[in-house]
Design a protein around this ligand. Structure first.
Ligand code: CU
Ligand code: CU
Length: 281
């Protein structure tokens, strides 16, 4: 089998003490590998799909700038923010930038994405990422991973790469459904944990259209925090729905060594790349 050139590192580093420093995100057109040997001419934030994780603490303010180095207009929309769309989420032309400040009032797992129309196409071409807002009181220490589910819709493009296909996006005919932007990548390089270790998965569903039926085969979730907020705990969950544009935080412990696939349990889509492995050893 052909292998991906690189696997997106799902391990989530601890909250950066520099998280209060100004953040610049750049819109960049580049090629990304969405499945082994399959390159997409993508529209990205910072050249990666999904964009970099922004980790903050509840109550923190973020001094933010979007710089547009792409070929067309782009914008950014933070679901974790409570600020006016018409003022801050407006489209800026290539070469321009926009700055604004917002405060993370709610803890959780949130989407950010380009909000320029057609939004379906800007998200479908790769313009999204996750904001993780730690609760003010923090969570217990754990082995932490971030997973962003999203789907890709392709047509033949230029330079041996593929382009996003707005027609297939509108018809919901995905070619790949992925975690962290590449089909089956965590089969190539599984997430790891130890038997009995607390595992915390921050899962965001970027869509643009499919729901995620998030499930780990051979395991149950001790706790699902709806939207990633510790005020919303549910216990003993087998599968949890994450809508496009939503998130959830999953805590589980796996007693026995072995391989445990994580999937979307919507099986028409599972085989398109939405299967990874947690290797417990
Ligand atoms: Cu855009
Ligand atoms: Cu949105």
């Amino acid at each position: 089998d052909q292998l991906l050139a690189a696997v997106y590192d799902a391990a989530l580093p601890p909250l950066d003490p520099a998280a209060n420093e100004p953040l610049v995100i750049e819109a960049i057109d580049t090629t990304v590998e969405v499945a082994a040997g399959v390159k997409l001419n993508a529209w990205t934030f910072d050249g990666v799909v999904p964009g970099k994780v922004v980790r903050m603490r509840q109550g923190d303010a973020l001094d933010f700038t979007l710089r547009n180095n792409g070929a067309i207009g782009h914008s950014i929309d933070f679901h974790a923010a409570q600020i006016p769309w018409d003022v801050h989420y407006k489209t800026i032309v290539p070469g321009d930038e926009i700055s604004f400040k917002w405060t993370a009032n709610f803890p959780g797992v949130f989407m950010y994405h380009c909000g320029t129309g057609p939004v379906l196409e800007h998200i479908g071409n790769g313009m999204y990422g996750a904001v993780i807002v730690d609760p003010a009181a923090g969570f217990a220490p754990a082995r932490e991973y971030v997973l962003v589910q999203s789907e890709f819709y392709l047509k033949q493009g230029s330079g041996g790469a593929w382009d996003g296909d707005i027609g297939r996006m509108a018809a919901v005919q995905p070619d790949f459904v992925t975690f962290n932007g590449a089909a089956n990548q965590y089969q190539q390089q599984p997430l790891v944990a130890a038997p009995g270790e607390l595992i915390r998965l921050y899962v965001m569903n970027a869509g643009p259209t499919l729901f995620s039926a998030f499930h780990v085969i051979g395991a149950l979730f001790d706790t699902v925090y709806v939207e990633g907020n510790p005020a919303n705990p549910l216990r003993g969950i087998q599968t949890w729905t994450i809508p496009p544009g939503g998130g959830a935080t999953f805590e589980l412990t796996i007693p026995e060594a072995g391989k445990y696939p994580f999937v979307t349990h919507s099986f028409a889509y599972t085989g398109l790349g939405a299967v990874g492995l947690i290797e417990v050893k």
